[in-house]
Design a protein around this ligand. Structure first.
Ligand code: NI
Length: 185
């Protein structure tokens, strides 16, 4: 089922998401809906707050990067109760977009490498290192669980320049090919 995407201005995107019960809940139906929603909207990642749920869960699929970045590691999966325990390496600049910030794309600086602990959709625990674009997508989605969005990483001047665009998103004026939920004016 394709779900509407909550956009900038919606309070759920600013909440600290809480951990879920991995053992006693079947997360497969929600994860399937999130993948379907993400593919429909043309994204490479989607976090639960973006569909209005303040829980620690996100999905990613780096496959669409392959066209522009042939060497990209293809990784598809769900991250449940993830914890990034370490970030290191070079400062890596990459133009980020977000389904909750439609029609924006801005350079964001992040560390190139991460170590993350998480449960997959089958309830299996993993701890793993990621780098490159997969690390980038994970860092971006992880921010959503912390109540952050990518524009929070930009300079004050850059944020001022984007103020109008952000206001348009929050008031539903930004055009999207997918259904959105936004605050009333
Ligand atoms: Ni995002």
């Amino acid at each position: 089922m394709i779900l509407p995407i909550y956009v900038y201005g919606e309070p759920v995107l600013r909440k600290l998401a809480h951990e879920v019960d991995v053992e006693n809940t079947d997360w497969k139906p929600l994860v399937a809906d999130m993948f379907e929603t993400m593919y429909h909207a043309g994204g490479v990642g989607l976090a639960a707050p973006q569909i209005g749920k303040d829980i620690r869960l996100f999905v990613i699929d780096s496959e669409p990067f392959k066209e522009s970045f042939p060497d990209v590691r293809i990784f598809k999966g769900a991250f449940i109760n993830p914890v990034i325990t370490e970030e290191w390496g070079e400062d890596f600049v990459f133009g980020e977009g977000c389904l909750s910030l439609p029609n924006l794309n801005e350079d964001v600086v992040r560390k190139s490498n991460i170590h993350i602990e998480y449960y997959d959709v089958d309830g299996q625990f993993h701890e793993e290192d990621f780098d490159g674009l997969v690390a980038r997508v994970i860092q971006h989605e992880y921010d959503h669980l912390e109540g952050k969005v990518f524009v929070d990483h930009l300079s004050g001047i850059k944020k001022m320049v984007l103020k109008r665009a952000l206001n348009d998103i929050a008031t539903g004026k930004s055009r999207t090919s997918y259904k959105t939920v936004h605050p009333k004016k």
